[in-house]
Design a protein around this ligand. Structure first.
Ligand code: NDP
Length: 482
């Protein structure tokens, strides 16, 4: 074996990850089921290695395994799901005790847990590694969330640390817990990404439909927002996309794209997991549902026909400049809520699975490389460093002040959207979440009463300890007797 690490699966992500490793001085044995991919990679980028780093082509998994120094580290970067299982099954008999298998694809945490358990029985270390940043990130520095044994982490650490994005001298990679922790953190990252994008989309819709701005003007607004608290990769990219015109028609790009959003499933996984954990991730859930609503073209068509309204009927007069600023405040406050919810889910997941996930560290490694990278994450990092066991991000001094300052604008925007008939599921549900948390008394008391009445589900009282059940039929009988 002459390679430090091996990698199989040389499509967009694997190819770039391997190049990134070679550029950082690592000898990487590479493999792909279809050897043409391996050949093209070596032809195009074989000489890219620096400081002894290089790509070593192999034609079979046997050869890949034989080329890597022991204890081996083999990264699997193939299509998620069955293909990943197939490759792992093929690898296992070729490996020896102490070797490490890394799944760097987007696996469901439950799959990772299952695979880790199975490989542990063979004396192998299985690492579920969340990699965010897409194609460019994989090559130039992604954010990397590693789940697995301490032994595996120690072995992978030098390579992973060298290829990750760097912010303020800190690499954007961390060991976030054992078994499925890395893929869990990556999953929630993607869920937050859904919420972030939906909030941005609602902001755009309001600026266009209510304030009457054109896409190019809105691009300018986002550019300006990117100079402040909202500075982030997604806000910057929004300006880009909105400014883009379609080469063929000369129309704004957003107007030639079909308005049905697709999804590969990580948002749905996040919401399913949150339901199981009992964590109200309303922002992520609404964002996921908004995508599916957009895809129900038949129902939308039927509803448009039945409930048509002319744009004029729904025209709400607003002061453009003031409204734009209110939307910015609503976006920021809703974003705080979405992140507070996402971090709640991280805490609950860690708690349930016994992972020692350092949430401040997660915020730290999301500052660069990944899709949700933002200034904002520095504030989250600070909040956790001030108070590692904080109850909710929402009430930490910096965010509490930001939300308190923006709350009037937030209400105004949600009310205006309702009047104008512009759907704002993420803005609206985030505001309800905020109000739900801060409310003195919730109508949950009535829900408890109903549950006790129809199902004898019992309730607790505000004035004494214990569990109570009211004999509802009996009470009625008594009343009747009086
Ligand atoms: P794809 O998900 O498109 O997968 C293609 C690769 O999988 C090819 O190398 C292909 O080999 C291999 N493959 C598929 N089936 C098998 C099989 N049965 N046996 C062996 N190899 C197989 O590649 P991507 O690079 O887009 O993504 C890789 C992983 O990274 C996925 O899990 C994805 O979810 C994840 N990911 C992707 C991101 C992105 O932006 N694309 C971002 C973050 C994570 P062959 O060439 O022989 O067909």
């Amino acid at each position: 074996g002459s390679a430090r690490i091996g990698l199989t699966g040389l499509a967009t992500m694997g190819r770039n990850l391997a190049r990134n490793m070679a550029r950082h001085g690592h000898a990487v044995a590479v493999h792909n089921r279809t050897t043409a991919r391996t050949e093209s990679l070596l032809e195009e980028h074989g000489d890219e290695g620096a400081d002894g780093g290089r790509l070593i082509g192999t034609e079979s998994l046997e050869q890949l395994v034989a080329t890597v120094e022991r204890p081996r580290a083999i990264v699997v970067m193939v299509k998620a799901g069955e293909p990943t299982d197939a490759v792992i099954d093929e690898l296992v008999p070729l490996l020896e005790e102490g070797d490490v298998v890394v799944d760097a694809g987007n696996a469901h945490p439950d799959d990772t847990r299952r695979r880790e358990e199975a490989l542990r029985e063979h004396g192998l270390h299985f690492v579920g590694m969340g990699v965010s940043g897409g194609e460019v990130g994989a090559l130039e520095g992604p954010s990397i969330m590693v789940g697995g044994s301490e032994h595996a982490w120690e072995q992978l650490r030098p390579v992973v640390t060298s290829i990750a994005a760097v912010v303020d001298g800190t690499p954007c990679c961390a060991h976030v817990g054992t078994d499925a922790a890395g893929h869990f953190v990556k999953m929630v990252h993607n869920g937050i990404e859904y919420a972030d994008m939906q909030l941005i989309a609602e902001s755009y819709d309001l600026l266009r439909s209510v304030a009457g701005l054109e896409p190019a003007d809105i691009a300018g607004v986002f550019e300006e927002w990117n100079g402040g608290d909202l500075e982030s990769f997604l806000i910057e990219m929004t300006a880009d996309v909105l400014r883009h015109t379609d080469a063929e028609t000369g129309k704004p790009f957003v107007d030639v794209v079909e308005d049905a959003a697709e999804q590969k499933g990580t948002g749905r996984w996040t919401v399913q997991s949150a339901l199981d954990l009992g964590v109200p991730v309303t922002g992520i859930a609404e964002a996921t549902f908004a995508r599916s609503l957009s895809g129900h073209t038949d129902q939308r068509k039927a509803a448009r026909k039945t409930f048509s309204t002319s744009p004029e009927e729904q025209r709400v007069e607003v002061d453009r400049e003031a409204f734009t600023d209110q939307v910015r405040a609503a976006l920021y406050a809703s974003k705080v809520v979405a992140y507070a919810q996402g971090f709640d889910q991280l805490a609950a997941g860690a708690d349930q699975n016994g992972w020692e996930t350092d949430l401040g560290e997660v915020a730290t490694i999301w500052r660069g490389g990944c899709i949700i990278r933002a200034q904002f994450l520095d504030r989250i990092r600070e909040a956790f460093s001030d108070e590692p066991d904080l109850t909710t991000l929402l009430t930490t001094p910096y965010f509490a002040e930001a939300v308190a300052e923006g709350v009037d604008a937030w209400r105004e925007v949600v009310a205006t959207a309702a009047h104008a008939g512009v759907p704002v599921p993420a803005f609206g549900s985030s505001l309800s979440y905020f109000d739900g948390l801060r409310r003195e008394r919730l109508p949950a008391a009535l829900v408890q009463g109903l549950r006790d009445n129809f199902g004898a589900h019992t309730y607790r009282r505000v004035d004494r300890e214990g569990t109570f059940h009211t004999s509802w039929a009996g009470d009625l009988a008594e009343q009747e007797m009086d």
